[in-house]
Design a protein around this ligand. Sequence first.
Ligand code: PLP
Length: 423
Amino acid sequence: MHHFSYKNGSLHAEDVSLTSIVDEVGTPFYCYSAATLRRHYRVFADAFASQDALVAFSVKSLSNLAVLRLLAKEGAGADVVSGGELMRAQKAGIPGPRIVFSGVGKTREEMASALDADIYQVNVESVPELRALNDVALACGKQAPIALRVNPDVSAGAHNKISTGRAEDKFGIAWSQAHEVFTLAASLDGINVAGIDVHIGSQITDLAPFERAFGKVTNLVRELRNAGHKITRLDLGGGLGIPYQHSSDASVPPHPSVYADMIKKIAGSLDLQLIFEPGRMIAGNAGILVARVIYVKQGAARKFLILDAAMNDLIRPALYDAWHDIVPIDEPEVGAGKVLYDLVGPVCESGDTFARDRPLSPTAEDALIAFLTAGAYGAVQSSEYNSRPLIPEVLVEGDKFSVIRKRPSIEEMLAKEEIPDWL
Ligand SMILES: *Cc1c(COP(=O)(O)O)cnc(C)c1O
């Protein structure tokens, strides 16, 4: 469910026509719908209304300050994975006690800022990290509230690059070492062990891997409690998938309420505070990428739409073989027929291909198109590769819109670099 639809023959974000945004900001750009962001946050949060749960939005999926402020106003917490994201969450008004800090390689500086911000918990992923956090906490005269992230050795995720809970992945503490690491953590004066954390991957559209992982983890809660540990929190990570391809119902992800019921069944009797870190589920369908066709090129065997957006703006197809539905901004005539196109960007890489053999209504030079479901892991993964300035982000609410990240000029982009005076 999202708020991008045709009105009077033209694609709108809520009540704003995308062509009116193009007139003001040019192309390409990302456009987010405030109503969709709110709705998805609410659907997730409401699914856990009867359980003690903190919903910490995964900042890495869509980290614009305006989006974080919008979610903060809904009551969302934040899951951050760097000092930069921590600062974003704070700037957006998310209170420290609603922030969790994840990631395999936190530096001591990042740990110190996390303790300074009085965040809710640090998710610790290894013994060296645990010892470093203990040192940092003792040096600032604090005790660091933590969960230990365990690796349940469960395979999940739509793609190898977004599976994080298998034994061979870099994430979490090996299952076989969990007991000894909890015992070590309990012995450290700078550490307060509050819970267990698990995050098995992303774009998971099937409940089964979640059930396997959460079943293992709740058993671990019982074992650790029997061994005398006081486990009060269970962080179940993010990872709930979303539909990317609306013409197929091959993998319809479970509704958050079904996911919540499954968790209640598994963990309901344990009197645990639950923490969730959804990213894609909240941000994915709330954003689109709008681009213009620069040229229509007839190759020897294929027809190319060469766009002004490229892999540096949206890397998901190149990085994860991801599918995005692509639609024209001008609604095609009924019965317009379809042509197969390869949609590519101008970057000098064959990997700069968004889609192959994609059936679209006949498309001419200068036409505007939109990549749907581009809100999560879109703008945040963009780069200036090929010296292409980062593209703007626009937030729509009802009949108004604001540019929430402006397009830098090429001069501004180059201003970050310096030629030494000895050259
Ligand atoms: C990326 C990530 C998330 C968010 O994953 P989604 O699939 O976007 O919900 C949550 N927790 C951790 C630790 C992550 O690395």
